[in-house]
Design a protein around this ligand. Structure first.
Ligand SMILES: Nc1ncnc2c1ncn2[C@@H]1O[C@H](COP(=O)(O)OP(=O)(O)O)[C@@H](O)[C@H]1O
Ligand SMILES: N[C@@H](CCC(=O)OP(=O)(O)O)C(=O)O
Length: 377
């Protein structure tokens, strides 16, 4: 069976600060998930919103603080939540199944294997499994609290194609965008480091719990399990499919770096380039799509003072970075032979290897070479 897409929807996307479910939003998300399935992707939903859906019916004016109050609210709200999903998916001819999990279920091999078998059976039969934390039995220290971590563990359990975490902001910003309007979105993250944790703050709404920090933690868990993650907004028709296809309104957490050898990780993300060469379209294609080495014939321009063994950056004719590699030429040698055929090069200078960058010493980086890319907009 095709790999599953795990979609997590937070309370802030389903309810308002005053509590209560927003049926229109549930209908919208069911339609979005139905579209993913039409494109052949089995879908599993991790949903929050039980406490937010139930607290008003329990007589609380705002989301309650005490555990037993939240649990009772969740027991009321979970039924409302499932009823709403049941109806919304039914209008697309799709059945749903409810699964409530706690953190301790994941540390018990037997229980988690049973949960996995249930999920797989539902998926095989064309249903959408809908998961939430089992709030009634979870005690504070053992609670996920937010469902972000839960969704990452489920994604790893199923070896999902992608984890899509839907929230009320379009991704990770350099600061909480609710607090600073100048904050800029980070489009792509290859590595979750201290800096990423530092900028990710808590929840900005009255109903959400984990904020961006718990989404980063979830992304770290999923990336470690080899599952790429999208965190962002899905609020217009087609957004969920766009998120899956890499053109969504949010931040992508890439697993590419995790699958690389140590040498290539260093080359791509930690090395300091000493120069830059511009290559022609043929060389760009050979490097990026052909798995070939860079030869002097494809080099158009050389910038910087580098020596054999240094790392250099390679840009395409539009000056976009396409990758990095270890050069076998000094800058002055390359300047002398740029654009020449291998035969001509051998007549003019003596080099240890004819390739400017050998393919084993090259890493493709479609986008700028940083641990994260900040949107230019
Ligand atoms: N650096 C940041 N970038 C984006 N959002 C952030 C950041 N720091 C904190 N946040 C807050 O995280 C919120 C999303 O988390 P949360 O309220 O828990 O939503 P959900 O209910 O969808 O899980 C955003 O509304 C935003 O206010
Ligand atoms: N299990 C809880 C989830 C708590 C929560 O608010 O999570 P989230 O909105 O994902 O930050 C519920 O359904 O209300």
């Amino acid at each position: 069976m095709q790999q599953t897409v795990v979609v997590k929807i937070g309370s802030s996307s389903l309810t308002s600060d005053e509590g209560g479910l927003n049926r229109d939003k549930i209908g919208f998300f069911a339609a979005e998930l139905a579209k993913l399935r039409e494109q052949g992707h089995p879908v599993l939903l991790v949903t929050s919103g039980a406490v937010a859906a139930g607290f008003r019916a329990m007589g609380f004016a705002v989301r309650p603080k005490h555990l037993h109050e939240k649990q009772a609210s969740a027991s009321v709200g979970q039924a409302l939540l499932m009823q709403a999903y049941h109806e919304a998916f039914a209008s697309h001819g799709i059945g749903v199944g409810q699964i409530l999990l706690t953190r301790s279920d994941f540390s018990n091999r037997k229980r988690i294997t049973n949960a996995q078998m249930t999920i797989e059976e539902l998926l095989r039969r064309g249903m959408v499994p809908i998961i939430n934390e089992n709030d009634t039995v979870a005690v504070d220290e053992l609670k996920f609290g937010d469902n972000d971590t839960l969704s990452a563990l489920v994604a790893n359990l199923l070896r999902a194609e992608k984890l899509i975490i839907i929230t009320d902001t379009d991704g990770l910003y350099t600061e909480d965008p609710r607090k600073n309007a100048d904050a800029r979105r980070i489009d792509r993250v290859y590595e979750i480091d201290e800096e990423i944790y530092r900028i990710a703050g808590g929840s900005g709404s009255m109903v959400g719990t984990g904020g961006m920090r718990s989404k980063i933690e979830a992304a770290r868990i999923a990336m470690r399990g080899g599952v790429p993650v999208f965190v962002g907004r899905v609020n217009e028709p087609g957004d969920a499919l766009a998120a899956l296809e890499g053109i969504g309104k949010g931040t992508y957490f890439d697993t590419r770096a995790h699958n690389l050898t140590m040498k290539k990780q260093w080359l791509g993300f930690h090395s300091l380039p000493q120069g830059r060469v511009t290559v022609d379209e043929g060389a760009e294609h050979a490097l990026v799509s052909g798995g070939k080495s860079l030869l002097p014939a494809g080099v158009k321009e050389v910038v910087g003072e580098f020596h054999p063994g240094d790392v250099i950056e390679v840009v395409n004719p539009s000056q976009q970075t396409i990758g990095r590699g270890v050069t076998n030429y000094a800058a002055w040698q390359l300047q002398a032979v740029a654009g020449l055929s291998t035969e001509e090069v051998q007549k003019r200078i003596e080099v240890y290897r004819i390739e400017v960058i050998h393919r084993d010493e090259w890493i493709t980086l479609a986008s700028p070479v940083k641990a994260q890319d900040i949107a230019q907009s």
